[in-house]
Design a protein around this ligand. Structure first.
Ligand code: ZN
Length: 135
């Protein structure tokens, strides 16, 4: 795997969190995007070579809303950039990791993504992401 592409942070609402992270990172949010497949609205910031992704639930029963009701706002996942997501998924499956989906799905920020269940990854929700070719 390559670098940490981004760190995902669950927030209750972007309206409150955007100014906080703009102040913290001394950087402007450069992209707001709704991801239908995950039921989230995302906001991206650059932090050096990596990014910070804020995630707000797009609906009250979404996975981010559930996460926040159980654990509060905060760190949600770590995303690693990979060159070949399908090969990496096969390698991890072979090694005993539990993938949340069998095929890569369309994630935010023009990526193919796949998540690894935290129960098989030491309590950390891990995301693999690969830059999507322009279509
Ligand atoms: Zn992410």
């Amino acid at each position: 795997m390559y670098k940490i592409e981004h760190v995902g942070i669950a927030v209750k609402n972007l309206a409150d969190s955007l100014p906080l992270y703009e102040k913290l990172l001394a950087s402007e949010c450069y992209k707001l995007e709704r991801v239908e497949s995950e039921g989230v609205i995302t906001a991206f910031f650059r932090a050096g070579e990596s990014k910070i992704e804020l995630l707000e639930s797009a609906d009250p029963d979404g996975v981010i809303a559930k996460y926040i009701s159980q654990r509060g706002e905060g760190l949600h996942h770590i995303a690693f950039e990979v060159a070949d997501i399908k090969a990496e998924m096969a390698r991890l499956k072979e090694a005993g990791f539990r993938l949340l989906r069998d095929e890569p799905s369309r994630g935010a920020d023009n990526k193919w993504v796949c998540f690894i269940h935290p129960k098989s990854a030491g309590g950390v929700l891990v995301e693999l992401c690969q830059e999507r070719e322009m279509e």
